[in-house]
Ligand binder design. Structure first.
Ligand SMILES: NC(=O)c1ccc[n+]([C@@H]2O[C@H](COP(=O)([O-])OP(=O)(O)OC[C@H]3O[C@@H](n4cnc5c(N)ncnc54)[C@H](O)[C@@H]3O)[C@@H](O)[C@H]2O)c1
Length: 259
């Protein structure tokens, strides 16, 4: 029997680097997992990985910016597993550009997934958690929710929004026994940072390769000098999910970037 046996976890952005690590960490502790991403094929192979660990998984194709779809996915999760105990609202997109480069459409794209998506998912899961008077909600913010970063202003605005929203809902539901926290990853080499169009690629200096930019940026930005793994973030999420008296916090796993 794992620590999260018979618990059901609802994870958005489950097909991405961090979401996948969180899903597998919960699966190793015996939890049932609802794997949510924009396309089902992003999580299909993860369903098999979760099942291979002896846990149950459900793949759901949902756009977190669409309230009705998220509500339907929450209902499907409860119908399939019988409960919904922990929600990890982790789906996110990055946007890079100077104030001149960011137009209204680009602002709306980033704020809509990162901020509105967290609002929608929190609202939908609370419809189940409030009547049952228990639950844990963990919203993925970022170090970008704690400090300004040049050429990431709309991404930073979206993550400050996640932390402010998290703190407010944590207060609003504090007496129900539901905890609401944010996790703030530092720098993790997922699709967001690595590869074509990722942050390391966009932040290349003249003559630098993407890999060299990655090495330079993580050394210059992180006091510990080394990046964090998706598993580091998963470990912290599992800790928060099992801590009944931690609420309204934005916990950074960032090698000291926001100290
Ligand atoms: N990688 C990092 O260094 C880092 C640092 C701080 C915070 N974060 C945050 O961690 C979270 C996960 O990021 P990641 O690094 O795993 O990135 P990723 O790009 O690997 O994963 C993001 C996932 O979110 C999904 N997604 C995007 N829009 C969606 C939508 N509208 N509906 C449903 N799903 C959607 C994507 O399909 C993808 O699977 C994000 O919120 C990100 O902002 C990442």
């Amino acid at each position: 029997m794992g620590k999260f046996s018979n618990k059901t976890i609802f994870i958005t952005g489950a097909g991405g680097g961090i979401g996948k690590a969180i899903a597998l960490a919960f699966a190793k502790k015996g939890a049932n997992i609802a794997l949510v991403d924009v396309k089902k094929e992003y999580v299909d192979s993860l369903v098999e990985e979760v099942q291979a660990l002896g846990s149950k998984a459900l793949a759901l194709a949902v756009d977190v910016t669409d309230y009705q779809s998220v509500r339907d996915a929450v209902s499907e999760t409860v119908a399939f597993f019988g409960t919904l105990d922990i929600a990890v609202n982790n789906a996110g997109v990055v946007g890079i550009g100077s104030i001149e480069e960011i137009d209204e459409q680009e602002w709306d794209r980033v704020l809509s997934v990162n901020a509105k998506g967290v609002f929608i998912c929190t609202k939908a899961v609370l419809e189940v958690m409030k009547p049952q008077k228990s639950g844990a909600i963990i919203n993925t913010a970022s170090i970008a929710g704690k400090m300004g970063m040049a050429h990431l202003s709309h991404y930073v605005a979206s993550k400050f929004a996640v932390i402010g929203f998290t703190n407010s809902i944590a207060k609003e539901v504090a007496e129900t026994g539901i905890t609401v926290n944010a996790i703030c990853p530092g720098i993790i080499g997922t699709g967001m940072w690595r590869g074509e169009g990722g942050i390391a690629d966009r932040w290349k200096q003249p003559g630098e390769t993407e890999a060299q930019s990655w090495e330079r940026n993580k050394k210059s930005l992180i006091p510990q000098g080394t990046d964090q793994s998706a598993e580091d973030i998963a470990d912290a999420v599992l800790f928060i999910a099992s801590a009944p008296h931690i609420t309204g916090q934005a916990i950074a796993v960032d090698g000291g970037m926001t100290m």
